[in-house]
Design a protein around this ligand. Structure first.
Ligand SMILES: [Zn+2]
Length: 313
């Protein structure tokens, strides 16, 4: 996340209140006469996966190792950044995604965005999940933002493992040079043809989602409907949420400027923000597990992976 020029962080207290209505079950079993069933049986429900918390932690440990092997950081223009991009792209290529390494130039250095699309579902309706992949030069950048990068990477790999066939198109983005002012995501949306931008139905941002000690998650207040998707996940786990507004301080702003509906989640306070101590011990498996599963839940729900949406209607 970018350091604020003016720190505007409003907190709206609120507990996720979405109740999932299930159809009433009949009081007694009624035997059907032979012949066609009167009511078509609901197709077997495919629930979003329950991703083990160590899955995204394993990616975060890789990002820590990459930083350690490359001068202690994964910042724009430094070898640790390119190694991070190569790691993400290799995982996605092996999982069957259509990937692009998009280059841009900033501050005299080449930066990269990694874009990955799951090649199924309506390409005219794109559900986009994104996270910045770069860190500041001060440290390894593990909560900020190996946490978000790992969470959406693992959610994407879960899509592949499930061999999901969503109604809509799922696209994932790992942005370069966010810490220098949302450079990579702004380059992506600015250079995307207007007709392609108009296909993006929603953008969900994951920036700083692993902070140790988090027990209440922040949900971006930008869009109520998208926010309700995250609230439904956390509510189902008995976890409270609060509204957060981070304004233009992360990559969702590169999408909302074009009128695209945006949301996102954030973990709690990070005392190692932009510091040398933002290492693998700055995040926590429990927190990473829930942020990763919230990303997967949102992907499944918003892209309409059968049959979570519609299974009960
Ligand atoms: Zn940051």
């Amino acid at each position: 996340m970018v350091t604020p020029r003016k720190f505007a962080r409003s907190t709206v207290l609120g507990l996720g209140l979405l109740a999932l209505a299930l159809p009433g079950l009949p009081a007694g079993a009624v035997s059907q006469p032979a012949g066609p069933a009167l009511v078509a049986a609901a197709p077997a429900a495919v629930q979003p996966p329950d991703i083990p918390q160590d899955n995204s932690m394993a990616h975060a440990r890789q990002f820590q190792s990459i930083a350690t092997a490359n001068g202690g950081n994964r910042a724009h223009g430094r070898p640790g950044y390119r190694a991070s991009a190569d790691y993400v792209k290799a995982k996605l290529d092996a999982a069957g995604f259509t990937t692009t390494l998009q280059s841009f130039s900033y501050n005299g250095a080449t930066g990269w965005n990694v874009i990955a699309e799951w090649p199924h579902g309506d390409a005219n309706q794109v559900v986009f999940l994104g996270a910045h992949l770069d860190g500041v030069t001060a440290g390894a950048g593990i909560n900020d933002n190996a946490s978000g990068s790992s969470s959406i990477l693992e959610a994407a790999l879960a899509v592949s493992r499930a061999d999901a066939r969503p109604a809509k198109r799922l696209r994932f983005g790992w942005w370069g040079a966010e810490e220098l002012g949302l450079i990579g995501s702004a380059y992506y949306t600015r250079t995307l043809a207007a007709t392609e931008r108009s296909k993006i139905r929603s953008y969900l941002n994951f920036d700083m989602v692993g902070a140790k000690g988090t027990r209440t998650w922040g949900v971006y207040t930008d869009n109520t409907t998208l926010g309700n998707t995250f609230r439904a996940y956390f509510s189902s786990k008995g976890i409270a949420t609060r509204g957060v507004s981070i304004g233009g301080r992360s990559d969702h702003a590169s999408f909302s400027r074009y009128g695209i509906a945006v949301s996102g989640i954030a973990s709690g306070n990070d005392p190692c923000y932009h510091s040398r101590c933002d290492t693998i011990t700055n995040i926590e498996p429990y927190v990473m597990g829930h942020s990763t599963n919230a990303a997967a839940y949102a992907a499944w729900t918003l892209a309409g992976v059968p049959n979570l949406v519609g299974a009960f209607s």
